[in-house]
Ligand binder design. Structure first.
Ligand SMILES: Nc1ncnc2c1ncn2[C@@H]1O[C@H](COP(=O)(O)OP(=O)(O)O)[C@@H](O)[C@H]1O
Ligand SMILES: [Mg+2]
Length: 209
């Protein structure tokens, strides 16, 4: 039985698919069996998954009515199942959160990003699930900086991971290339950011037993 991690955030373009994809590569490079479940009708992840066949990773395109069954089946057969949710998950949110061990909510340094976290946090609370926020696109020219955003999130009761991802071209370009660039270029800062994030999540999962 493996772990299920769901990527959820009401605000679109906050980095759910980007972070999930890069972490998936990182775990696969470290010998973990990974399955990706795409619940977003836009199928961004499915598009990415088809392009990136460099490491062994399964991809399942699921639908709302079949999500819980697909997640449970994946948990039986893989070390790590990563679930990519649409930005407005609606009723899907509860069923995915219920099935997951850990909910990760990426947040860009904007008011809108902070707003998007509140529904996710409330749902996790209702379902008794662990939720962590990942600061994404730190350093990008937006209305807030990273520490201001973190303060706003913490005031609202969010748990923000220590690791963050900066705004980097590599995280965007890797998406259309044949591989997730930052998980190969081991001397790059982008690589370190992904690895630090993966290790922090691994430690969190290990603590959960
Ligand atoms: N850390 C980052 N640095 C640079 N570009 C990023 C970063 N995170 C996300 N992006 C870009 O932002 C856009 C939205 O990201 P995406 O992962 O599709 O968001 P979501 O899945 O939450 O809608 C994409 O074009 C992606 O390449
Ligand atoms: Mg997405």
């Amino acid at each position: 039985m493996g772990y299920v991690i769901a990527f959820v955030q009401q605000k679109g373009s906050s980095g759910k698919t980007t972070i999930l994809s890069h972490l998936a590569h990182s775990w696969a490079h470290h010998g973990r069996s990974v399955e990706l479940i795409d619940l977003d009708p836009k199928q961004t992840l499915a598009h990415w998954g088809v392009k990136n066949r460099e490491v062994d990773m399964n991809l399942k395109q699921s639908k709302q009515w079949h999500a819980a069954t697909d997640i449970r089946e994946s948990r039986e057969n893989h070390d790590i199942t990563l679930v990519d949710c649409p930005s407005n998950p609606g009723t899907l949110l509860h069923s995915v959160v219920r099935e997951a061990d850990l909910i990760l909510a990426p947040c860009s340094p904007t008011d809108f990003g902070v707003w998007g976290i509140s529904t996710v946090m409330q749902t996790c609370k209702d379902e008794g699930k662990i939720c962590r926020v990942i600061m994404n696109s730190a350093g990008h020219h937006t209305d807030k900086d990273k520490s201001e955003t973190e303060k706003m999130l913490e005031t609202r009761g969010a748990d923000v991971l220590d690791s963050h991802l900066s705004h980097r071209a590599e995280f965007a370009t890797g998406f259309l290339a044949d591989y997730a660039q930052p998980t190969r270029q081991t001397k790059s800062t982008a690589y370190s950011e992904i690895e630090n994030l993966r290790m922090e999540i691994d430690a969190l999962l290990a603590n959960m037993g």
